[in-house]
Write a protein that binds this ligand. Sequence first.
Ligand code: HEC
Ligand code: HEC
Length: 394
Amino acid sequence: MRYALIGPIAGLALAVPSTASADLNDLGFRWLMPAWLAPPPVPDDNPMRIEKVELGRHLFYDARLSADGTVGCVSCHVQEQAFTDGRALSIGVFDTEAARNAPGLANVGYNPALTWSNPHADTLEFQSLFPLFGTEPVEMGMAGMEQELFARLTADDYYPDAFATAFPEHDGTIDLFTITRALGAFQRSMISVDSPYDRYKYGGDASAMTPAALRGEQLFFDHRFECYHCHLGVMFTDNLQTARSPFVETAFHNNGLYNIGGTGAYPPGAQGLAEFTGRDEDIGRFRTPSLRNVAMTAPYMHDGSIETLREVIDHYAAGGRTIAEGPFSGVGADHPNKSGLLIGFKATEQEVNDLIAFLESLTDERFLTNPAYADPWPEDHPARANRAMPEEVN
Ligand code: HEC
Ligand code: HEC
């Protein structure tokens, strides 16, 4: 299949197969994606509009959305790291440590269950309230400061006009409805399907993958390794919704990370699905993460407790993690909720290297550098002048 450059749309140019539909929707928005993939579903109350996506991008990168003006969404979701932060656990305003690792945001609109284990966080619009107003842990710390937030945005040079063009049907009102809709639309536009693997698998470019990555692909889809049973389909996860799916798929699994003192407990504040269902059989069950761009999103797992892809594979080879000493010691492989698919396997050094090469072939360089998802603010602008970025605080 040939690739063609289409665009520019708001400064965006993306290589997509030339068979892609280039149609603008009623509101002038065009999904920049190949024809082989359906777009993510779009909520009825938040149709895609280019001005809205652009407004959402400004909000995403604006640290004035936090209590003390130092934390923007970008402080924990950095484009070059596929919108993760490189930390084991994120850090919010007032140096508060989160209980979770920041997940990447590539293709996040395809995810019907957002965050690591909350089955109720089903839209991007709803999810964005957690970092803004959540108190356990505090991320942006705006609880009780809603009016202050609207006043800050109203007083800015950019926002009043931007809200007016993005939300004409709401008379440009700056409130939680429009703020969360703009953030949702921007994140829904974050599509990442242009990795070497995509060019090989869907674009027919036989030379896009290295021989090692091709061998690794065989292993990934092999019964001995079982990876594909949970990390399956176009997003490499059993959690998926598209504009064309008849139903949404959600799945949570326990992959044997902990089993404190043989009791089945996970560390405090990270019990997984059980925190929402209250059921013992859900302890340690987390949503299967997508593996797209996974080479860029270390450290791994819901609490960032595995540092490298090699160690992730060691973990699966052992059928679970054994922690020999300390407060979390225990044999994860014996966890009563552990998925029956994780029985462990033996792999040679070369097989491990090949599997890593395959995982690395899921990195979409264009996504990591696409100007459409980049910071729109000038360096000295109040939106970013006091903003903390992970590399600066580490
Ligand atoms: C202090 C760091 C921090 C900030 C600031 C932050 N996030 Fe996050 N984000 C996280 C963490 C940690 C999680 C995982 C939370 C969980 O599983 O409970 C997350 C999860 C998400 C998810 C779910 C992704 C998925 O794959 O399920 C989305 C979407 C998201 N954040 C968007 C945002 C937006 C939009 C903002 C700004 C309004 C924001 N985040 C600000 C750390 C942060
Ligand atoms: C039973 C389902 C299942 C199988 C089989 C499985 N995984 Fe996972 N995988 C998960 C779940 C669930 C998580 C998140 C667990 C957590 O955070 O506690 C995960 C996490 C990961 C992560 C970390 C991703 C991130 O963003 O932090 C990687 C990498 C990974 N798996 C790769 C693999 C590979 C390679 C295989 C095959 C050897 C495999 N998985 C087999 C369910 C599975």
